[in-house]
Design a protein around this ligand. Structure first.
Ligand code: GDP
Length: 201
């Protein structure tokens, strides 16, 4: 079960290695309303991610520690850290990520030593969005490992979904997009196995 660590609104707030035991960190990134908190909820099976939606925390990076086991068997050292980043692109699609995002996001992506994988969420129900392309391009340029997941896959039929995934891959210039649904749990097991591979690395 997850433990909420803290809500960071400045570089100086980021949890230290002593606090995270230096375990790999997974960052979740996406436009507002893409389904980020729903995905985190289905991954960790709790309402913990709603913490991120409470006022004052929506423009923060919210850190969670995930532990294997429960109760007495629960280890002190977490297996993974989740970092839930603020949603972007709500007000105006044309606005660039950097002008809209709090200034501490870029230092986080550029410098966070324990950041092992960025999960980029894109909505399979809408056309490819320029600000998503911008984020993915930034991650490629900074050589950050990333995995693009296509959210809300339950809302469209198999054929429409395949076409949407193809268009997203083409526009964002990525080899893989994993379709997922927080509603039906489609793709969630596959995503977990990718996260565990990072944890065991
Ligand atoms: P966030 O702003 O990225 O955290 O997005 P939320 O998780 O709050 O979801 C935004 C909206 O999309 C809500 O109305 C959710 O119920 C809906 N939603 C999220 N994930 C899914 C999904 O997998 N399937 C469907 N059908 N709706 C979803």
């Amino acid at each position: 079960s997850p433990v909420f660590l803290l809500s960071a609104t400045d570089v100086s707030h980021f949890p230290t290695k002593a606090k995270t035991f230096d375990v790999p960190e997974i960052a979740f990134l996406g436009r507002s309303n893409v389904g980020k908190s729903s995905l985190i909820n289905s991954l960790i099976g709790s309402k913990e991610a709603h913490v991120s939606s409470t006022p004052g925390r929506t423009r923060a990076i919210n850190f969670f520690a995930l532990h294997e086991g429960a109760g007495e068997k629960k280890k002190i050292r977490p297996t993974l850290i989740f970092a839930d980043l603020p949603g972007y692109g709500y007000a105006k699609i044309s606005r660039s990520i950097s002008s809209e995002w709090p200034t501490f996001i870029e230092p986080y992506l550029a410098n966070r030593e324990t950041l092992a994988l960025c999960i980029c969420l894109v909505d399979t129900n809408i056309p490819p969005q320029p600000n998503d392309t911008q984020l993915i391009t930034y991650l490629k340029q900074s050589q950050r490992p990333y995995l693009v997941v296509g959210t809300k896959s339950d809302r469209i039929s198999g054929n429409v979904l395949s076409k949407s995934i193809a268009a997203l891959k083409r526009e964002h210039e990525v080899d893989e997009i994993l379709p997922i649904s927080a509603k039906t749990d489609a793709g969630i097991k596959t995503l977990w196995s990718r996260l565990m591979a990072v944890a065991e690395d």
